[in-house]
Design a protein around this ligand. Sequence first.
Ligand code: HEC
Ligand code: HEC
Length: 316
Amino acid sequence: MTNLVTLLVPIVLIVLFAWLARRAWKSRHAVVKWVGVVLTGIVTLMLTAFTLVAVIGLTKFNAQQSNPVADVQVTSSADQIARGEKLAYVCANCHSTTGNPPLDGSANNMAGPFGTLYPPNLTPAGSIKDWSDGEIIRAIREGVDDTGRALIVMPSDKFHGLSDADVQDIVAYLRSQPAVSHDLPDTNLNLFGDFALGAGFLATNQQPPIAQPVSAPPIGTPEYGKYLVDFSNCQTCHGQDFAGGTNNFVVKGPNLTAIVPGWSESDFVKTIRTGVDPTGHQLITAMPWKQFSAAYTDAELGDMYQYLHGLKPIQK
Ligand code: HEC
Ligand code: HEC
């Protein structure tokens, strides 16, 4: 509701500047008249455009999504929990204070000056303890929370293709974590945040409902490698075509289509395991090699290599 009240601020300013423009128009001094009209006119138009975009963002924030919640009960065998914990390293980049599981929530406000947006505490001490398994699965793969609000920044576009088995293993792991108390403020946007959401600087990644069973491609194939690469968000930093990062909101990774084809599979696996590439270069930790090393077996990294190695080299 604070948002609705703060919206009054630019509206009052618009009225004020429109009134000043009218005053200037009526002035008898030509200089005062034209300089006044142009300046107040520009400010009025900018404030109006800003307010309209902020209203679009506010509407987006409050929109109710109709994605249905699946009626599933996740069983949790020791194997499922172990597999879920490995996959959770990919979530730990955002959802953990240490960068490793347990997913106790982040101390990093991803909305910066735009409001509060902390990747929440996903241990049983956080709010998902009251969510059904189906609601958690919907949040991961479709980007909608228990109240029907589209999640911001949470990369469900990358998780939309997760198989039923993998997403259930993640839920099994989330439920099995120690309850780490780490209270974080609720997600909220200020007026500039509403503007950022309306203008697309902040994004919801809400996805279409998943109604059919989803399975992963066969293990041991480049398609399975692609499945893991997509899940790992490699494209966020290395570019949609892997030819180098273009996203100004994250660190830019190099062109993988020009690098990986020159490496052997063991070069690739060793680079992810040790953080040192075949030329002896030590990778900066902004490249989450430690998390990927913890998440994947040699065979899985091998499948990822097969996929990346097969990409057409793109020179930029
Ligand atoms: C790029 C950072 C990022 C990554 C990676 C990420 N998340 Fe999130 N996640 C967020 C943010 C930010 C929110 C809060 C969004 C909001 O409130 O609008 C969120 C919200 C959630 C929620 C809703 C929780 C609540 O209490 O509202 C769940 C569940 C969730 N994430 C699960 C996961 C899982 C599981 C993974 C890994 C498979 C993951 N996330 C990976 C950033 C991330
Ligand atoms: C958060 C951003 C980010 C993500 C996500 C990310 N990378 Fe990177 N990556 C980087 C950066 C930055 C570098 C350059 C590091 C350096 O040179 O020190 C890098 C370097 C690399 C290198 C080494 C290149 C070289 O010449 O040494 C490889 C290989 C690589 N990334 C593969 C991947 C794969 C595969 C994924 C997904 C599983 C991935 N990256 C996800 C940011 C990222």
